[in-house]
Design a protein around this ligand. Structure first.
Ligand code: FES
Length: 79
């Protein structure tokens, strides 16, 4: 499974770095490094949607506050 976080300037301002850190933390905490690949991407063209994140082919809009929830509901349930 692959999670891609937008690190374009608009998403960066909305906290994409924090989201990446949070995801890294959750992935290593749950020892999922072999199963979940984390990547960054430049602007996805949906800046208004907040920090743009894709999980495989699905699109999500996250904030640092909703990242853990997303991880638990969307990521863990797919493993
Ligand atoms: S900067 Fe993230 S979608 Fe544009």
């Amino acid at each position: 499974m692959k999670i891609t976080v937008c690190i374009g300037s608009s998403c960066h301002l909305k906290g994409s770095r924090k989201i990446v850190e949070e995801l890294q933390r959750l992935i290593s905490e749950k020892q999922l490094k072999d199963q979940v690949e984390l990547a960054g991407t430049f602007c996805m063209g949906k800046c208004k949607s907040g920090v743009c994140v894709t999980l495989d082919d699905d699109f999500y809009s996250l904030t640092p506050e909703t990242t853990e929830d997303f991880f638990e509901k969307e990521v863990l349930s797919r493993l």
